[in-house]
Design a protein around this ligand. Structure first.
Ligand SMILES: [Zn+2]
Length: 237
């Protein structure tokens, strides 16, 4: 998403916002890299195996549309970037919902997991429907995304603090969500692009690239932790 679109940018090869395009490609490539790494490192029977792969594909899709939008700003490319950005933010919240609420005693509670997926998917489609067919409101869209991100951040930090003793790797998740929230403040900076290339939005895209590595490191550690726990529960039953 982009809230400061009024500055002129230096075009290179017809690309409107070069820095945002390069950083969006970096994000997409990292998600692709870690998706493959996850598949090679985590056994397919592990809990969350399918969930995290679906998450990676949603992220890759979102960064493809971010790349397209920053390359050429048309109404339809902007809409796709915004909608897919929301899908990414909601997917992050959904994965944590499934992880924390849906998983109990070494297995998933099917009813609760389906309820989480149903509620958040419905919210996503209502949001997109409203923006696409009723009113495209930039402020409202931004508030919705920030609110979902804030709920996710607070939940992960509190859950992380609660569980860090048994799962020391959760610091990576805490760093990712707190880092993302702090760097979001960069979005508020509405200054002329540095060298007519690096504006506040592109710097936000660039600064969040390293956090993808912390996030996937957490995802792999946590899935392997759940996998081990699954066997412990099986043995005690
Ligand atoms: Zn963007």
């Amino acid at each position: 998403m982009n809230v400061a679109m009024n500055w002129p940018f230096l075009r290179i090869f017809g690309i409107q916002e070069v820095a945002s395009v390069v950083f969006s490609i970096c994000h997409g490539a990292l998600h692709l890299y870690f998706w493959l790494k996850f598949r090679s490192k985590v056994p397919s029977e592990a809990p969350m195996y399918i969930v995290w792969q679906a998450y990676s594909l949603i992220c890759i899709n979102a960064w493809v549309w971010s790349t397209v939008f920053h390359t050429r700003d048309f109404i339809w490319t902007e809409r796709m970037d915004y909608f897919c950005a929301t899908s990414l933010v909601l997917a992050s919240l959904l994965t944590h919902c499934i992880r924390v609420v849906g998983w109990h005693g070494g297995t998933f509670h099917v009813g609760i997991t389906c309820l989480c997926i149903g509620v958040l998917s419905t919210l996503f489609f209502i949001h997109v429907w409203y923006l696409a067919f009723i009113k495209f409101d930039y402020g409202y869209n931004m508030k919705v995304n920030v609110a979902i991100g804030a709920v996710n951040t607070v939940w992960i930090v509190l859950w992380g603090i609660q569980n860090i003793r048994n799962q020391p790797y959760v610091w990576k998740a805490i760093v990712t969500v707190l880092g993302t929230s702090l760097l979001l403040l960069l979005e508020l900076g509405d200054f002329a692009p540095v060298g007519w290339i690096f504006d506040a939005h592109s710097i936000w895209h660039g600064a969040t690239v390293p956090l993808v590595c912390f996030w996937y490191s957490y995802i792999m550690d946590d899935t392997l932790y759940m996998y081990e726990l699954m066997f412990k529960f099986k043995k005690t039953v």
